[in-house]
Design a protein around this ligand. Structure first.
Ligand SMILES: Nc1ncnc2c1ncn2[C@@H]1O[C@H](COP(=O)(O)OP(=O)(O)O)[C@@H](O)[C@H]1O
Ligand SMILES: [Mg+2]
Length: 255
């Protein structure tokens, strides 16, 4: 049963991000305000280049914003040193990168346990849950393979297991179904819904796909680095009506 709370977990306070391009400044995010409650399942949509990955990187402080503040459970992440941030992220934030970020010289299993080892956890204790989760995402047979022997979709699911097995408060996922076929995409989204409902894991996920987006309970649309619109799933709203609303906005914003 999902426990709805009003506990603010993550707050972006007027954040902007600029990149220097030659002698020009490129503003990728402009004055973004965003509030995420514990237990939210937030979807971020927007066309390619609209700043989705940059926003995730700022929220997790992988790339700090140029201006503005990011608060996590009241703590100001933008005021932390690099070491404090590294510890903070290891403890609280799991991240599924758009580019997977697997280590090619390690096997699938070694990749998955790497963050646990870095945190000094007893890995053997987790082996059973790792195998179970790999089985659930249809990649158990690749446990001893190397990343180069896997398809994009298989690598994506290895990166997902690695992120989820850490059991942090918040999961940030950058197009986690981007390389998956529709059956594996639905399977992963159903798993995210369970994670959100059973463990109250807060999820922030970027996707292009309305069929994946419908599993969340809020969608924000990024356009040229600003939040254009937000759609919130209403209590009792049918899945079909929620999906239609998402489709309508995606089509309208592409015109
Ligand atoms: N490190 C960087 N240096 C310069 N420009 C960047 C950098 N990262 C992203 N950008 C630019 O910021 C814009 C948004 O990129 P990104 O956040 O990756 O978009 P999305 O994930 O929505 O496709 C793009 O125009 C991209 O070229
Ligand atoms: Mg991106």
């Amino acid at each position: 049963m999902r426990r709805r709370t009003n506990e603010l977990l993550l707050v972006a306070n007027n954040i902007s991000k600029n990149y220097q391009q030659g002698d020009k400044e490129l503003q990728v995010l402009s004055n973004i305000d965003l509030q995420v409650n514990r237990g939210d399942f937030l979807i971020i949509m927007g066309s390619s280049g609209s700043g989705k990955t940059t926003l995730l990187n700022c929220l997790s402080m992988i790339e700090p914003p140029s201006h503005g503040r990011v608060l996590f459970a009241g703590a100001d992440l933008t005021a932390m040193s690099d070491n404090e941030l590294a510890d903070f992220r290891a403890e609280h934030i799991s991240y599924i990168f758009q580019s997977y970020n697997l280590v090619s010289s390690l096997t699938v299993y070694e990749n998955i346990i790497l963050p646990l080892q870095i945190r000094g956890e007893d890995v053997r204790e987790k082996e059973h849950s790792i195998r179970k989760l790999m089985d659930r995402l249809n990649i158990l047979e690749y446990i001893d393979a190397f990343p180069d022997q896997l398809s994009g979709g298989q690598k994506q699911r290895v990166a997902t297991v690695r992120a989820i097995i850490s059991g942090t408060d918040i999961l940030i996922a950058d197009e986690p179904t981007g390389a998956l076929d529709s059956a594996n995409s639905d399977n992963l989204m159903e798993f995210f819904v369970e994670l959100n409902a059973n463990f109250n894991t807060t999820i922030i996920m970027v996707t292009h796909d309305p069929l994946a987006a419908r599993y969340g309970d809020r969608v924000i649309f990024l356009k040229d680095g600003v939040i254009g619109r937000e759609i919130i799933r209403l209590n009792g709203q049918s899945p079909k009506s929620y999906l239609d609303e998402i489709y309508d906005h995606v089509q309208a914003s592409e015109v």
